[in-house]
Design a protein around this ligand. Structure first.
Ligand SMILES: Cc1cc2nc3c(=O)[nH]c(=O)nc-3n(C[C@H](O)[C@H](O)[C@H](O)COP(=O)(O)OP(=O)(O)OC[C@H]3O[C@@H](n4cnc5c(N)ncnc54)[C@H](O)[C@@H]3O)c2cc1C
Length: 392
């Protein structure tokens, strides 16, 4: 079977390819290690702005919002090309894909004017204040409290795992505004200026490198937030927690599929270096990972086809779980192949975006199985919503 797009779609790909060839930032800059998710170096701000000006930042949106009204097929091609070239659109993905999109969907015209365009043009960066020490998987249990007092909210509480908070200009922060209401119904979304007195960030050193931190604990003590920074309705924050670029959300798997496929190629190269070409067990593991990498892609395309036909597509509920668990298995296979050398953090590992020791990549590979909903939670969702099993 050979999958291919029609000629019109391929013409779109050629246009994008030509543009990328002419405009891409130097590869070594894009691969600069250890960039925080809200601290944009000059080249990254310029790159996002260049994408915006050319209508290649959010292709499904209209030109005034950094797009070109691209069709779903064109958007799919766009994500395929960015994944194939391993090019980031923005180094503040939570700002672009979640915060700007949510403000666009739920904000007032004044809020859109104030925050959406500056975010798209990379003039401001964002963090996302959802998780708390007592509310991760069960996000609706969050307890950071905001009390409305005249024309301002007063916020007290704590967030955790807040990526890039110590560099971000703004936070889209979910707070409890009605403690008496059922838990999904007492939550509001506030846009918080991270320079407001009473906010302190404590960066958390990472497992992959204790000298580097992107996550933070964020503490709020009597933080005053103007009432006009309420996003959506008071106590109407829950639908916003689900927000992101709805049309794009279903396509993000393509980047994961590409990561897994590239990872398998790196594993083959490692096997060559270690002389494992004749090792039956290693060969079996690599073959099974290769099959899974292709399965991720095919499941994604099948879901996309159903979406295009207006049919319900449960495939997208499987992809996050399947691709993140496959990636974790992939780096574990690399670690096992290396044996005791696997723990040597100075031993060169994969190249390109995943540059760094295999041990580092192995530790990093756990993050995909946690961020945005853990594998256990994904399994619960599949059991209940795809397989129709009873809730436990
Ligand atoms: C790379 C990365 C970036 C992140 N960035 C952000 C960010 O910017 N902002 C933000 O707010 N958060 C962020 N997070 C946090 C992330 O959203 C949470 O870690 C995630 O939702 C899980 O919550 P938790 O860590 O509190 O784990 P918990 O919910 O406490 O879960 C602990 C364990 O129990 C299991 N478990 C929980 N409930 C169930 C259940 N019902 N059934 C079966 N098992 C269950 C979980 O699967 C997990 O193994 C980030 C996380 C990562 C890894």
């Amino acid at each position: 079977m050979r999958l291919q797009w029609d000629e019109e779609a391929e013409a779109f790909r050629r246009e994008l390819d030509d543009w990328l060839d002419a405009n891409l930032p130097p590869t070594e800059k894009m691969r600069e290690p250890k960039l925080s998710s809200a601290h944009l170096p000059d080249w990254a701000r310029e790159w996002q702005r260049t994408l915006f000006d050319a209508g290649w930042l959010v292709p499904g949106w209209p030109p005034e919002l950094g797009g070109r009204n691209a069709t779903p097929v064109q958007q799919m091609i766009y994500f395929e090309e960015f994944a194939r070239r391993e090019v980031p659109r923005s180094l503040n993905p939570q700002g672009l894909s979640i915060c700007a999109a949510s403000i666009h969907d739920f904000g007032t015209p004044e809020q859109r004017e104030r925050w959406v365009l500056p975010t798209l043009r990379a003039e401001i960066t964002w963090c996302l204040g959802m998780s708390e020490p007592g509310a991760g998987s069960d996000l609706a249990g969050l307890s950071t409290r905001a009390v409305l007092d005249g024309d301002r909210f007063v916020v007290n509480g704590q967030k955790v795992w807040t990526s890039g908070a110590h560099h971000a200009d703004w936070c889209m922060c979910f707070v409890r505004t009605d403690p008496e209401a059922p838990k999904h119904k007492g939550i509001s979304a506030l846009v918080v200026d991270m320079k407001t007195p009473g906010i302190s960030c404590r960066p958390l050193p990472e497992l992959t490198d204790p000298d580097y931190a992107d996550f933070n604990e964020v503490f709020f003590t009597d933080v005053e937030v103007p009432r006009e920074n309420l996003l959506g309705e008071l106590n109407g924050g829950w639908p916003i927690t689900q927000g992101s670029l709805a049309h794009e959300r279903g396509m993000l798997w393509i980047g994961n599929a590409n990561n897994v496929e590239n990872g398998v190629n790196e594993l083959v190269e490692l096997g060559r270096q270690l002389g494992l070409g004749g090792d039956g067990r290693f060969r079996d593991l690599v073959a099974s990972l290769y099959i899974d990498s292709q399965a991720v892609k095919l499941i994604g395309y099948r879901g996309f086809t159903k979406f295009m036909r207006g049919q319900p597509a449960s495939e997208h509920m499987l992809l996050k779980l399947f691709s993140s668990e496959t990636e974790r298995r992939l780096y574990l296979t690399g670690m096992e192949a290396l044996g005791a050398d696997g723990v040597d953090l100075d031993r060169p590992g994969p190249s390109g975006w995943r540059e760094g020791a295999w041990a580092t990549q192995y530790l990093r590979s756990f993050s995909g199985t946690i961020a945005g909903g853990t594998s256990e939670i994904q399994r619960n969702i599949i059991a209940e919503r795809v397989l129709g099993m009873p809730r436990v």
